[in-house]
Design a protein around this ligand. Structure first.
Ligand code: NAP
Length: 470
């Protein structure tokens, strides 16, 4: 699939294959953008700013609503591509599309609610007789850089609020899974003036470094790993950035928990899309009193999951994104077992597949739980009591989401107050998200919030306007 610049398709001689992680077949081929093309995309987006600001909010609302209809019509086609380029089980790809349709609807609605406010400027010395109010202005051009794991929903979380706030956009999807995001951008582009929506494919390093430092790009909205996020933060200078980065999310299962409920939620949270989810359950911290019962039940449920072709509707676990990812997970599990942890089920690797795995006896300083594993592993860390569980939960440089299982309101309140993360859910695993909630981590998990209303706020700037009425 080609890049889109100023409503024209653009390609280069240098190509890259997009592989299906299930069987390594070629899904499609993309062009590798060169410097000239990156600059052309920035110019196209800059030139189109004057066109999008001419549109009324009402017009933006209808354009985004029409795009919702197109996305609905193309749901099956795009979901199939997500599964082909990422290996995500097809039911998960349909769900991603349903969420994306809803996210775009939220953005259409939000485009009519971008309010300034009356400012009582006469409350300040010298302000007497002056009337003032603020207006939310577009930033200009937003560069959206996205990862492989939710290629449509994470792109829509950037493109839709940017357009709702009358910005122009450039999407740079992951080279591992770019096609579905490009299809989404094409749908949006069809509803806006030429140059408002542009796309670039190729090397994240090369394209990213130009976009991040370019004077005509006003905001970087990035979702991806912590190292790349840190690199962007260092290079962005005075540019606005939103960084939605990795997680090492804890789920606490306290002695007061409904254990069956916790087991079901952990199964979903740890193995969803083979654990390649930023807010996946990456550490299961269980109070000593119930650790044996919890582990036994979790192993039983894990063993029932069906590993197989992601195109089959009854497949729970598809492949990881590539073999490198399998090797990484496999090495982390082996490293933990060498240091005294026990594999209770799973830990089988074959081609690009890694079987869902429960590891018990994990210590908080093992590499398996110190960094983001990004694989279908539920590592169980035993805690003596609630205080130790909270301490372990916070003993990480990440802070995206957290889940707590307890039927005791005092325990719940203690945890929600003390756990350092962007969201904390009681009786839900950390993997929970709706697309209108403020989403974004503390600590190394990021800067800024997504969730349409919050992203729109981050994609505008506030101008104060005053009238001297004296
Ligand atoms: P990644 O390797 O960081 O890549 C993300 C994007 O950054 C890709 O488009 C990549 O391009 C691009 N990139 C690479 N180098 C760059 C540079 N120097 N400047 C600008 N962009 C650059 O992440 P991933 O492996 O695709 O995704 C997994 C990570 O994303 C995990 O850490 C996960 O937790 C995180 N994530 C976070 C959230 C959240 O909302 N907090 C959601 C989903 C995923 P190329 O791929 O083309 O090189």
């Amino acid at each position: 699939m080609e890049m889109l610049i100023n409503s024209g398709y653009v390609s280069t001689d240098e190509k890259m294959d997009v592989l299906n992680p299930y069987d390594n077949s070629i899904v499609d081929t993309i062009s590798v953008a060169d410097e000239k093309i990156v600059h052309a995309a920035v110019k196209s987006a800059k030139d189109a700013r004057k066109e999008i600001v001419k549109l009324s909010s009402r017009d933006i609302y209808y354009r985004l609503s029409d795009a919702v209809d197109d996305l609905k019509e193309n749901k099956k086609k795009i979901a199939k591509i997500i599964t082909q380029e990422t290996g995500k089980p097809i039911t998960g790809s349909y769900y991603e599309l349903d969420r994306s349709i809803e996210t775009l609807m939220f953005a259409a609605e939000e485009s009519k609610r971008i309010y300034g406010e009356n400012v009582p400027i006469d409350a300040g010395l010298g302000g007497e007789g002056v009337m003032a109010f603020t207006q939310k202005m577009p930033l200009g051009t937003v560069a959206a850089i996205t990862p492989f794991n939710y290629p449509v929903n994470l792109a829509i979380h950037k493109l839709a609020p940017a357009l709702a706030a009358k910005n122009t956009v450039i999407l740079k999807p992951s080279r591992l899974a770019p096609i579905s995001g490009l299809m989404l951008a094409e749908i949006l582009a069809n509803h806006f003036p030429d140059g408002v929506v542009n796309t670039l494919t190729g090397s994240g390093q090369m394209v990213g470094d130009i976009l991040v430092t370019h004077d005509d790009v006003n905001k970087i909205s990035f979702t991806g790993s912590v190292p790349v996020g840190e690199h962007i933060a260092k290079n962005a200078g005075m540019k606005k950035v939103t960084l939605e980065l990795g997680g090492n999310d804890p789920t606490l299962v306290l002695a007061s928990a409904d254990i069956d409920r916790a087991v079901n939620e952990v199964v979903n949270g740890a193995y969803l899309f083979s654990g390649q989810v930023c807010m996946g359950v990456k550490r299961v911290i269980v109070e000593k009193e119930i650790v044996d019962e919890f582990t036994e039940k979790l192993v039983k449920q894990t063993a029932k999951l069906k590993v197989g072709n992601p195109m089959d509707k009854d497949t729970d676990i598809g492949p990881l994104i590539n073999h490198e990812a399998v090797e990484k997970v496999s090495n982390l599990v082996e490293d933990a077992t060498r240091m005294g942890a026990t594999v209770e089920v799973g830990a089988k690797a074959e081609d690009n597949f890694y079987w869902p795995t429960v590891v018990s006896g994990v210590k908080e300083d093992m590499n398996l739980v110190s960094y983001e594993t990004f694989g279908p592993v539920a590592p169980i860390i035993e805690a003596q009591d609630i205080d130790e569980a909270i301490r372990i939960a916070n003993n990480t440089c990440y802070g995206l989401n957290a889940g707590i299982f307890t039927e005791n309101v005092h325990d719940a309140l203690k945890c929600v107050n003390m756990i350092e993360s962007g969201s904390v859910f009681v009786n839900k695993a950390s993997t929970f998200r709706t697309d209108n909630m403020p989403f974004g981590g503390f600590k190394n998990s990021g800067i800024g919030k997504e969730g349409i209303k919050y992203a729109v706020e981050d994609m505008t700037r506030t101008k104060l306007i005053g009238f001297n009425l004296k």
